[in-house]
Design a protein around this ligand. Structure first.
Ligand code: URA
Length: 427
């Protein structure tokens, strides 16, 4: 079909045939469709949506647009993915728990997108840690340690790379079929038998309502089923950041504290919920997640993993040895009361402005900057006490302070919101 015909079909609310979708994705990956036509089509999909059959065909075509990894020889492989949040260092806790409980985690992760952080950026704050691995290194470490996390190779679902870059600059990210196909194409190509998804809901997430998040979760679980994978999705709250640390090195510190059993309650609970789902999906005992955490086996697995990827394993025993930025500014409470709101999006943007994330793809980031939230929703505070600490260098302090000031609301009373909202499983 001619590109103009294909775009018109969607613009007018029609449904694409699977073979037309395959041909379209093939042409995009071969560089035969100019950006303006891909962008016009994305906007048509944004407004008109896609039915189930179209979304399955799109995901499959995107997954097959590059290499499909085969992890079947590694045993019970489990992958984990988050739809993106603020302070979301969950993978750094879930992956070693899963590996210590008998699953194999051979995972490719991404870098930060917009105000949300990425696992690879966080891991690169560990001195010496290598995220660019050869395929041989990746498989060898998976066999020997049971845990490896590498930067997503350019060969993995390259169609998503092209589409995501255009979605990002054409206001077409927030589309259910486009998000589902983007996430699931990468997960299917990455080869794990089971996938535990963390679908974030709220101010700091791409999905703002529980209904929208549930619908996305159901779609992704169904895509997995059609592709012969075991998938479960945990819906979790992202109105306020997860844990207390937002940044890169500072989030790794918090993840390590959590593996020691000294982490914030919300992060611990979410990591356990996801690890339990992941273990159940491959027929392992979900109770093994808590045992791996409480016995220290997960911490020890994390240490082996860091060393295997060239990182300095001493950071695991002396997490405060991480180089945080030397400037420390404080945001202090302007009133007595209880924190009633802490806007995750604003906190995420504050960390971004300090240099902890990228405004444009490929920009260098500052691993040492970040925010530590001394008070979160439900915490009482007195006027003059510290709400948040900001670790900074030259860049962005004033704007970060202004954003954080407007992220907090102090009022009469508030309960911390429930974190795990529901779980969507396959039948
Ligand atoms: N994460 C992704 O990988 N893709 C999206 O479209 C949204 C979040």
């Amino acid at each position: 079909m001619h590109p103009v015909e294909f775009i018109r079909e969607k613009r007018d609310g029609g449904a694409h045939a699977p073979e037309a979708i395959r041909a379209w994705i093939g042409a995009i990956v071969r560089g035969q469709v100019p950006d303006y036509q891909v962008a016009a089509w994305l906007m048509a999909v944004y407004f008109r949506g896609m039915n189930r059959a179209e979304t399955f065909a799109l995901t499959d075509a995107m997954a097959r647009s590059g290499e499909m990894l085969d992890l079947s020889a590694l045993g019970p492989t489990v992958d984990k993915h988050s739809s993106g949040g603020v302070g979301d260092k969950t993978s750094l806790v879930v992956a070693p728990i899963l590996a210590a409980a008998g699953a194999v985690v051979a995972k490719m992760s991404g870098r930060g997108l917009a105000h949300t952080g990425g696992t690879i950026d966080k891991l690169e704050s560990i001195p010496g840690f290598r995220t660019e691995l050869t395929k041989e290194e990746f498989f060898q470490q998976a066999r020997e340690v049971g845990l490896v996390i590498a930067a997503q190779s350019a060969d993995l679902a390259p169609a998503d790379g092209r589409l995501y870059a255009l979605r990002d600059v054409t206001a077409t990210v927030e589309s259910e079929p486009l998000i589902a196909s983007s996430i699931m194409s990468k997960k299917l190509a990455a080869g794990a038998r089971a996938i535990a998804l963390d679908v974030k809901v709220g101010k700091g997430a791409f999905l703002k309502t529980r209904e929208a998040a549930r619908s996305l979760a159901e779609l992704m679980v169904e895509i997995g089923e059609r592709a012969g994978r075991r998938v479960a999705a945990v819906l979790s709250q992202m109105d306020q950041p997860l844990g207390r640390a937002v940044g890169n090195a500072i989030e790794v510190q918090e993840a390590i504290a959590t593996l020691r059993g000294e982490g914030p309650e919300d992060l611990t609970a979410l990591a356990l919920a996801l690890a339990e789902e992941g273990l159940a999906l491959v027929g392992l005992d979900p109770a093994g997640a808590r045992r791996a955490l409480e016995s220290g086996a997960a911490l020890s697995k994390f240490r082996d993993f860091v060393a295997a990827q060239g990182g300095d394993p001493r950071v695991v025993d002396v997490p405060e040895g991480f180089a945080l930025a030397p400037g420390v500014a404080e945001l202090r409470a302007w009133d007595d009361g209880t924190v009633t709101e802490l806007d995750a999006l604003k906190v995420g943007v504050a960390a971004l402005r300090l240099g902890g994330g990228r405004e444009k793809k490929g920009e260098p980031i500052d691993h040492g900057v970040g925010v530590y939230l001394e008070r979160k929703v439900g915490d009482r505070v007195r006027k003059g006490e510290v709400l948040a600490r900001i670790y900074h260098r030259e860049k962005g302090l004033e704007e970060a302070l202004r954003l954080l000031r407007s992220a907090y609301r102090i009022g009469a009373a508030a309960e911390p919101p429930p974190l795990v909202l529901e779980v969507v499983r396959q039948p």
